[in-house]
Write a protein that binds this ligand. Structure first.
Ligand code: TAP
Length: 485
């Protein structure tokens, strides 16, 4: 681990102090670019979660809870600056931990800082309202923090997801307990250390790394948690929601997608091409909002898919630190899972129309899946329905606007959608009819914008993170009515 950050190995961060987990054990972390051991993190347990929740409760009821909002904002501004000072170091750490090309890993560190900057500025700008009511009453609302919030985050964008979830929770005065993914916990720990250095009060931000079924499950089932936010698989999302139901706690769930990019024949294809070909490759396709279904109007289908296939075939997949178009997937399980979809495509007679190359001298133990474009996938095929979470693009034809809406909405998911057309009316009709939490017209992703509310419809989950709206999710409204004749 990093010398400059001086991170201790195999510890939990509770109450502002690095300490041994109660298991006394560590989990070995692999570098997916070469399959070799890279670092180790603590195997946190239910006992550590208990300690962390108690520490956060004391912070919420004590120094952190009593801190004026503008001072919370100042601390978060300080954290933003410190993260920016460590972008290279955090980027390298993430590239090794997640297998993300260096450029993308650094961009994640910058985005994480930006979340803290955005929410620092928002901390003292969230306020209640006064409500006109009956004569003789004055009514006002307060937006109060939940208290102690739990955060279970995945391995695909650790820094960004930490920033958007913990950032919004801290800004509103909650004390946080974070359980990062066992495969990619290092940058979370590094940001915890930076938060410690800028002087967050003990317990405001505790981190317990460990296994999902151990530390994660203990956190989500803990009676001392007042809200839990989770990003990850639908299966674990269901477990989290069930655990929260036991104590009737609010939950935010972000569970991935199978997002369509809908291309009409009148679209500006030169502008669309980089987004269509990159939208499913970024982070080796392990992106909840990946544009992994390419829906193209019949008359333009051959031209668009040929252009995308050609672009993808010119890409190279290779080690994260060599900063190529695409890095490895996170681990062996994910490697096998993504390849099983490619095998399924071949078995069902689907055609690969474009595929990236493997870099020369890429370590044979690395988990490399070349970005792949599959042509004429039936809309109800598993490749067009299931979240593969790898760099695989399923191309699908549609007849007209009605058909496009039907196919776009025809999966269990509803996270994001892209619409490409020169016809504003058509674009807006579609934007209104597509079931998705974010819709992009003639772009895809809008540059990531921390300001833009993000979250799912249907099976993609509920609740919104990012933007000012996330602050509502991390607070509860209290109404106070005064009777005064
Ligand atoms: P999950 O198993 O859902 O992991 C996400 C987080 O939940 C991790 O911190 C994980 O810890 C934790 N977790 C696992 N089991 C838990 C439990 N029983 N109770 C509480 N927390 C638990 O996802 P994954 O294993 O990382 O990936 C599996 C699949 O999920 C992927 O193939 C992909 O399809 C999907 N996925 C989606 C997203 C997004 S953004 N939608 C992100 C990642 C993965 P451990 O890492 O220690 O298990």
């Amino acid at each position: 681990m990093s010398d400059e950050l001086n991170l201790p190995v195999g510890k939990v961060l509770i109450d502002g102090v690095w300490s041994d987990p109660s298991s006394g054990e560590v989990i070995t972390v692999l570098n997916p670019s070469d399959g070799g051991d890279y670092a180790s993190i603590a195997r946190g347990t239910a006992e550590d979660i208990d300690t962390a929740v108690a520490s956060s409760r004391a912070a919420a009821d004590g120094a952190w809870g009593a801190m004026p909002a503008f001072e919370r904002g100042r601390l978060m501004h300080d954290l933003n600056r410190l993260i920016l000072e460590h972008v290279d170091e955090l980027g390298l750490m993430e590239a090794r931990d997640v297998g993300k090309p260096l450029r993308q890993a650094r961009a994640d560190a910058v985005a994480c800082a930006r979340y803290f900057e955005f929410y620092a500025g928002a901390a003292d700008k969230l306020h209640g309202e006064t409500i006109p009511y009956l004569d003789g009453y004055s009514v006002m609302t307060f937006r109060e923090p939940h208290g102690v919030t739990g955060h279970v985050i995945p391995w695909n964008y650790p820094m960004q997801i930490l920033g958007r979830s913990v950032g919004a929770a801290l800004a509103t005065g909650n004390a946080c307990v974070l359980k990062p993914a066992e495969d990619a916990g290092l940058t979370s720990l590094a940001i915890g250390e930076l938060a410690r250095q800028v002087g967050f009060p003990p317990g405001a931000f505790n981190i317990v790394p460990g296994y999902g079924e151990e530390a994660g499950s203990a956190l989500s089932a803990h009676p001392g948690i007042d809200h839990i936010s989770f990003t990850g698989s639908p299966e674990v999302g269901t477990l989290i929601q069930k655990a929260a139901a036991e104590f009737r706690r609010p939950v935010t769930l972000e569970l991935g997608g199978k997002s369509p990019q809908v291309v009409f024949a009148d679209a500006d294809l030169d502008k669309a091409l980089p987004f269509l070909s990159q939208g499913f490759v970024q982070n080796a396709g392990q992106t909840c909002s990946a544009g992994s279904r390419l829906l193209v109007e019949d008359s333009a289908y051959d031209q668009v898919t040929e252009m995308v296939a050609e672009k993808v075939s010119a890409m190279t997949v290779g080690p994260a630190e060599r900063d190529m178009d695409c890095g490895p997937v996170i681990n062996k399980q994910q490697f096998e899972r993504v390849n099983s979809y490619l095998e399924l495509a071949a078995r069902d007679g689907l055609t690969t129309i474009g595929q990236a190359k493997l870099a020369a001298n890429a370590p044979s133990e690395g988990y490399y899946v070349p970005p792949t474009v599959i042509g004429d996938v039936p809309a109800d095929h598993r490749l067009a329905q299931e979240e593969i979470f790898g760099p695989v693009l399923s191309c699908i034809r549609f007849r007209d606007e009605e058909d496009a809406v039907r196919i776009a909405n025809g999966t269990p998911f509803g996270l994001t959608a892209g619409i490409w057309t020169d016809d504003v009316g058509k674009a807006m009709r579609l934007a209104k009819r597509v079931k998705a939490g974010q819709v992009f017209i003639n772009n895809y992703g809008a540059g990531g914008g921390v300001e833009l509310p993000f979250g799912g419809m249907k099976g993609s989950g509920f609740g919104r993170e990012k933007g000012f709206e996330a602050l509502h999710g991390f607070t509860a409204t209290k109404t106070v009515a005064i009777k005064h004749d």
